[in-house]
Design a protein around this ligand. Structure first.
Ligand SMILES: C[S@@+](CC[C@H](N)C(=O)[O-])C[C@H]1O[C@@H](n2cnc3c(N)ncnc32)[C@H](O)[C@@H]1O
Length: 264
């Protein structure tokens, strides 16, 4: 997603369907996910999840289903859930032989009667939790769907360093180094996003919350964090001042964060 200087709203919103950008998003990411998915996010998710054959995994905010083939190849029974009927229709077309896909709001699964409580061994949010609002409803739904001892794995852009439109790279001439600037962090934000084709400004929102919101939200639903991964972009982000940039972006300042929590 490209970030442009438009008004930032503080939350009291709820998720919007990604229907307006479904074609753009599925085309940009491709059937198997973008290079960010393939090189960083999906490998981290699989490592944290360590899925076993025959396990039932619920992919929350599945989009057009890029995770499904990776799980199905490991013998997992996958259910993908997304609010966007268009993305679910693309998921069924591309990956319907790997998974079942359901249109539903993952912030209120309990009240929707589309799935059963405690029916899953694991649940995932792959680059989706920051597009879902309210966070508390999403975490409550995940906990509701998991059996006791089930795992929840979240992979997201790092909330401490990658605040949409409120963080960025800077170059310190004197010290000849690349630094990461963070303008706002503790405030929750609802940021209208613009896809690269530029035609659907504000069609979707990204929701920034500080790390404590995730940790507290998980704990409130009996989900205990037992693993965390902080992933730099490797060579995926390019830019000027390449040498200083490589140290900052490839080794020191993470792009993604992965969390695993276990249901008590
Ligand atoms: C950035 S996309 C990620 C999709 C997919 N996980 C991937 O990695 O390609 C975020 C997804 O979250 C979905 N989403 C947002 N709010 C939702 C909600 N309340 N319930 C279900 N899905 C939601 C959007 O429709 C969109 O498909």
């Amino acid at each position: 997603m490209a970030h442009t200087a438009v008004k930032i709203r503080t939350p009291r919103t709820s998720s919007k369907s990604w229907d307006a950008v479904a074609r753009w998003y599925s085309g940009w990411a491709g059937p198997n996910g973008s290079r960010y998915h393939r090189r960083l996010a999906i490998p981290a998710l699989l490592e944290l999840l360590a899925p076993g054959r025959g396990e039932r995994v619920l992919d929350l905010g599945s989009g057009h289903g890029v995770l499904a083939p990776h799980l199905a190849q490991r013998g997992v029974l996958v259910t993908g859930v997304d609010l966007s009927p268009r993305l679910i229709s693309i998921a069924r077309r591309l990956h319907g032989h790997f998974a079942r896909f359901i249109v539903a709001d993952v912030t209120r699964l309990e009240s929707l009667n589309v799935l059963s409580a405690a029916a899953f061994d694991a649940a995932t949010f792959l680059l989706s939790i920051q597009d879902i609002d309210p966070l508390e409803g999403a975490l409550k739904s995940a906990a509701w769907a998991l059996r006791t001892g089930g795992r929840l794995v979240i992979v997201m852009t790092h909330p401490c360093f990658r605040v949409p439109r409120q963080s960025g790279w800077g170059w310190d001439e004197k010290r000849a180094l690349r630094f990461r600037r963070v303008d706002r962090y503790l405030s929750r934000l609802a940021v209208p996003m613009q896809p690269y084709d530029g035609r659907r400004r504000g069609a979707t929102r990204s929701y920034h919350r500080p790390l404590e919101a995730y940790v507290e939200g998980l704990a409130a639903n009996g989900l205990v964090i037992d693993a965390i991964r902080e992933l730099p972009a490797a060579e995926l982000e390019a830019g000027p001042h390449a040498r200083g940039f490589r140290t900052a972006a490839c080794r020191e300042i993470p792009l993604f964060m992965g969390l695993r929590a276990v249901k008590r």
